[in-house]
Design a protein around this ligand. Structure first.
Ligand code: FEO
Length: 408
């Protein structure tokens, strides 16, 4: 990925990871980018670095603009290794004694990743760093995405360097939101649903605090994906909406199957939901990656989960997905469980326990079928789906009335 000038004297110098397909358990079908930014003023500043394997590419990109040894300050907005992995190489080249700006937690966390005794300069919200005609302002943004995360703001250009915030796992020819169009919102939503959802309530508060600062926001530069320049407010508004976790009137039927029995149940349940006039998507867990399923769960009202019983427990892919979903703490859902079994049949109860732990309201008693479901059982599945669909429709109507009442 070539370096490009994004504003006078400000360059995007990061790299594309075209071939990554699994980012710690998140499917990255289109790869991702690790963005880094170079600011040339009286002082020269590098904001963030890239994954260790791409250190040479980052150094080459910087060298096309300026001798890396001339960099005066390095800013680390976030410690996770996709952004700090090449710091050792960078600091060695830039100068081990050059100031390395990061949050207080960033200094602690970087020290636990790297043995070098770097010249950490811990900064907090409101701190300012003059770099010549311009200055950088720091803003701690804990849990977007780690406790060390911070944003760096360049007021004179209206640029917010937002680290993981507002990112997307996307690598393509486009470098800006206006070049890719609306489909970037799907990538941004998947990223939010799988990486930041757990912290939604906290992120909403943080974004509202930032909004109250009434920053001149002409560009948002995340560390993954394209830069938001056409209408940066759009992704900020989207985050506020996503943080509220207001579900859409739709259901997702998530399952795995051993001999197609649970699959037959899933199809009949899906048809029943649709018969109630509610959109539904069946998702087989060995066809769909967990992060794609989670993206559907994120804005669905109903989460219906099915598993065969295997060795007195859940099918492994279902256990995997429930563990993943539980960690992300989705809110405002209803749900139900189903599955086929041979003789013991514990899976449905285990799913219900997990859904209840996630505060997902169970709107139907779990539905089990022994061995192969015949017509009467499939009819029961259809009816089960229909009732779930009616519950979704009812919840959506109640939600719309409540919204209209609060707006009135
Ligand atoms: Fe892109 Fe939390 O690292």
């Amino acid at each position: 990925m070539d370096p490009i000038q994004i504003a006078p004297g400000i360059y995007s110098v990061g790299v594309a990871d075209w071939n990554i397909r699994d980012f710690h358990g998140y499917s990255t079908d289109l790869g991702t980018t690790y963005n880094a930014f170079l600011i040339l003023d009286e002082k020269i500043v590098l904001i963030d670095s890239v994954k260790k394997e791409f250190a040479d590419d980052l150094m080459a990109n910087i060298a096309r603009i300026v001798d890396p040894r001339k960099i005066d300050f390095v800013v680390s907005n976030h410690t996770e290794l996709d952004h700090s992995g090449s710091l050792a190489r960078i600091m060695h080249r830039v100068g081990e004694d050059k100031p390395l700006y990061c949050s207080k937690m960033g200094a602690k966390n970087l020290a636990r990743h790297f043995p070098q005794k770097w010249n950490y300069q811990a900064v907090g919200s409101g701190d300012e760093l003059k770099i010549g005609k311009r200055k950088l302002n720091f803003l701690e943004t804990r849990m977007i995405h780690w406790p060390d995360s911070m944003f760096t703001y360049l007021a004179e250009e209206g640029i917010l360097f937002s680290s993981d915030g507002f990112g997307q796992h996307y690598a393509g020819p486009e470098r800006f939101d206006d070049e890719i169009g609306d489909r970037i919102m799907l990538h941004a939503k998947k990223y939010f649903a799988n990486i930041l959802l757990l912290y939604a309530a906290h992120i909403e508060k943080l974004i509202r605090q930032v909004a109250e600062m009434k920053l001149d926001l002409r560009m948002i530069c995340p560390d993954h994906g394209v830069i938001w320049r056409k209408n940066p407010g759009r992704i900020v508004e989207a985050y506020l909406k996503w943080c509220r976790q207001e579900p859409e009137s739709k259901a997702v039927v998530i399952y795995d199957t051993m001999w197609h029995s649970t699959e037959k149940m899933a199809e009949a349940i899906h048809a029943g939901i649709m018969a109630a006039g509610v959109s539904s998507k069946p998702m087989h867990l060995r066809t769909w990656d967990r992060s794609e399923v989670m993206t559907e769960v994120f804005d669905a009202r109903a989460v219906v989960v099915g598993s065969p019983t295997l060795n007195n427990g859940l099918f492994p892919t279902v256990a995997d997905f429930l563990c993943y979903m539980k960690g992300l703490k989705p809110r405002n859902k209803i749900g139900a469980a189903f599955g086929s079994y041979g003789w013991s049949g514990e899976a449905v109860k285990l799913i219900e326990n997990d859904l209840a732990d996630m505060k997902i309201e169970l709107v139907q008693p779990g539905l089990r079928a022994q061995f192969v479901p015949e017509r009467p059982i499939l009819d029961a599945c259809h009816e089960f789906g229909k009732k779930i669909g009616q519950a979704v429709a009812g919840a959506s109507t109640a939600g719309s009335q409540a919204a209209a009442k609060s707006a009135a």
